[in-house]
Structure formats: C-alpha cells, structure tokens
Ligand binder design. Structure first.
Ligand code: A2P
Length: 273
C-alpha cells in the first residue's frame, strides 16, 4: 500500500475538521511491536469521562473522517489522553493511525460512554480485570484511578497476549504506578498484575479462561476461587474471549451488571479496525 504523503494529509485534515468534534494534538507515540502502539494527545478543556469509558477517535482520511471506538487508557484525572491501539494492516483507521507523530491532529467525538466503570459494579472486596490484547486499555485507566482502590481492597489485572513482547504495555503501567509520586502510596500492595502468554514460553502460560477453569489463576495468586460475595469482574477482549470468560463468571454465580443496574461483573469488546 502507498503511504500517504503525511504532511499534506495532515495539512488537509487541519483545514477540514468536521463541526462538533475535538481536534487534538498528538504529544507522544510509542510502538511496542509490529501489532501494538500507544499514543498520548492533548485533552480538550471541557472533556469529562469516567475511568474505563471509551470515545470515538478518528482521522481525516482523504476528505472524510474515519472513526473507531477506543477505550481511554488514561485515568479521569490525567491532563492528557492516552490510547493503546492495535495496528491492522488494512484497517480503515489503524492503517493510518499507526503513522501518527507528535504534532499531528487526531479527532475525537465529544461524548464518551461505556460499561467498564466502577459505577456499574456493586461493592465488594476484590476486583478482577480480565483482558486480552488491547483489551487492557480501559484497565490502564482504572488501575491509575484512586477511586478503584477506595472501592476495592484488592485489584487483580490479568493480561493475556500471544507473546511476551505484547505484554510490555502492562509491565510499563505497573512500573509507572510503582514510581508515581502519589499513586504508589494509594495503590500500595492492592494491585496484582497477572500476565500470561499463549504462544511462547513464560512464567505464566495459557488462556485466562483455562487458568480460571483449572484453578491455576487462584493458586498462583494465593486467593480463593471466585465467589460472588467478595469478587467482582470486568472483562475486555475479543468477542470469543468475552463469551468464554462471561460463561465462567456466571458459572461461579456472578451476575452481569450495567450502568442502570449495577451487578457483579461487566463486559466490553476490545475494539479493532
Ligand atoms: P491464543 O493464542 O490461544 O489464540 P489476539 O491477539 O488474537 O487478540 O489474542 C489475544 C490473546 O487472547 C491470545 O493469547 C489468545 O490466545 C487469547 N484468546 C483468544 N481467544 C480466546 C478465548 N476465547 N478465550 C480466552 N482467551 C482467548
């Protein structure tokens, strides 16, 4: 595929920003693998969201805006916005988005939404965040939000990827929290990170669904099996992963919740394209 003439493309984008959307400036881009990258951009002054929500992110492609849903990976208190993205070679948005550089313009629709929010869960002791691939993004927001630790005594972030290189974003997040001026005190030892891979050798191996089913997740963490009296769950991954994980939580007796009717677990598809 021909790479678009970048400077021209973004000059055009600046000139034709659609009405009623934010046009923000890219501040930093980090590529992890040939499939994954993250970027940070300016946050519009009036833009409010709850940690865990997603927004529609876009670029001008030719003279048309192309949008996809993206979980906001930064917490609600952050002055900037962060996103973690897959690179789909022919993806209508990500084939372009993966080429952004600091100074470029990214579009964002004004209204965030989503179900992976603390308000959709009833109070309990322990919160599990089950993620695969870029499904870690909403949890990147929630694990950096002090409210998560006000509501739960223990927060377990599971992240399963094909190989170890794809886990790096998660490791960086935990490192950042442990070295953050105020977060590390709030988080203390409440956050447990459980990274696993399915296609390479590593300390922890296997699909999270298998590890729940055979109990290894709980033995490794030193916690009892899932119990609706103390455990809550949030799930973000592919459609198949959502279904399989949801089935296991329901089997353990947890009931799905929503913004209108808080419950014991919530789910959201990790968006691609
Ligand atoms: P696997 O390697 O066995 O397919 P992807 O990169 O394709 O989005 O996958 C991310 C991770 O999610 C991979 O480790 C993959 O394992 C795992 N995965 C895929 N489908 C499911 C599923 N139905 N339940 C649990 N994990 C899954």
């Amino acid at each position: 595929m021909n790479a678009p003439a970048k400077t021209e493309e973004f000059a055009v984008a600046q000139a034709k920003i659609p009405d009623g959307v934010y046009a923000e400036t890219v501040l930093a881009v980090e590529h992890y693998t040939d499939r994954l990258f993250r970027f940070r951009m300016t946050r519009p002054a009036g833009f409010r969201f709850r940690s865990g929500e997603f927004a529609m992110i876009g670029l001008m492609v030719g003279d048309k805006p192309v949008y996809r849903a993206y979980s906001i990976a930064s917490p609600a208190w952050d002055e900037e916005l962060e996103f973690f993205s897959i690179k789909v070679p022919d993806g209508p948005l990500t084939s372009h988005l993966q080429m952004i550089k600091p100074g470029d313009t990214v579009l964002m629709r004004k209204k965030p939404t989503g179900t992976l929010v603390l308000d959709a869960l009833t109070p309990a002791k322990r919160l599990y965040m089950f993620s695969t691939g870029t499904g870690i993004a909403p949890f990147a927001s929630l694990i950096r939000d002090p409210e998560t630790y006000e509501k739960f005594d223990e927060v377990i972030l599971t992240h399963t990827c094909r190989d170890v290189a794809e886990l790096k974003y998660g490791f960086d997040l935990v490192h950042e929290i442990n070295n953050h001026e105020f977060l590390h005190e709030i988080v203390g030892d409440k956050l447990k990170h459980y990274p696993t891979v399915t296609r390479e050798d590593f300390k922890y191996r296997g699909r999270i669904t298998d590890l729940i089913e055979n109990g290894k997740l709980f033995t490794d963490l030193g916690v009892p099996a899932l119990d609706p009296a103390v455990d809550r769950g949030m799930i973000c991954g592919s459609t198949a992963m959502l279904k399989d994980t949801k089935d296991l939580l329901e089997k353990a007796g947890l009931v799905e919740g929503s913004n209108n009717k808080p419950g014991e677990f919530v789910i959201e598809r990790a968006f691609v394209g």
